[in-house]
Design a protein around this ligand. Sequence first.
Ligand SMILES: Cc1cc2nc3c(=O)[nH]c(=O)nc-3n(C[C@H](O)[C@H](O)[C@H](O)COP(=O)(O)O)c2cc1C
Length: 212
Amino acid sequence: MLFDLATIDPSLGYKLLVSTVTPRPIAWVVSQDGCGVLNAAPFSFFNAFSPDPPVVGIGVGRRQAGAAKDTRANIAESGEFVVNLVSEATAKAMNVTAIDFDPRTDELAEARLTTVPSVKVKPPRIAESPVAFECSLMQIVELGSYGLVLGRVLAIHIRDEAVIDPVKCYVNTPALGLIGRMHGSGWYARTTDLFEMPRLTVKDWAADQTPR
Ligand SMILES: Cc1cc2nc3c(=O)[nH]c(=O)nc-3n(C[C@H](O)[C@H](O)[C@H](O)COP(=O)(O)O)c2cc1C
């Protein structure tokens, strides 16, 4: 079925995107306002975009009345944030931090999470997260009601048990137990159903061809 986005309401375009671009990794963003009040919220319009410079991007929408979400306002003000990744063990706490709390509420305290000081930026990371990226703001690209927040990754924390070789930077990715966001407002995926498919050279490909 063809959906012509020029002819349907933009809210339906949102539904089509989030129902099909799945699973999406979740950036669990910790930021801080000018008074030092901490904020945490999840964002699944998220991915890594470049290794050098190392850049991650987060699509942050607006509140219903059009005001900026606290995450965006804090990042625009301070220029710093931490992206924590979400494991199944932290899924419930992540969901608590998505509640539309008053800006003065510390979502991390509400979700009973522990923070650890960052080394390069002011906002702390979430101790319970297996991975955290300390980021500085590069740019906010305006995309209609959304803003694409591009952050330069300054430091990466990975839980010790999941690091196989710190020199070669080999990581036991399945041991991180990360989850992704699926369709609808409440579906998630585990990252446990894996299969392997090695990359092919031209020679491999040619050797695999049966005569047509
Ligand atoms: C798993 C999950 C993913 C989400 N992804 C996004 C997203 O990509 N962009 C967005 O604007 N809101 C997203 N939200 C909603 C925000 O987390 C929510 O609006 C939150 O209250 C914003 O908090 P803040 O005002 O403290 O920044 C998501 C919520 C959940 C539960």
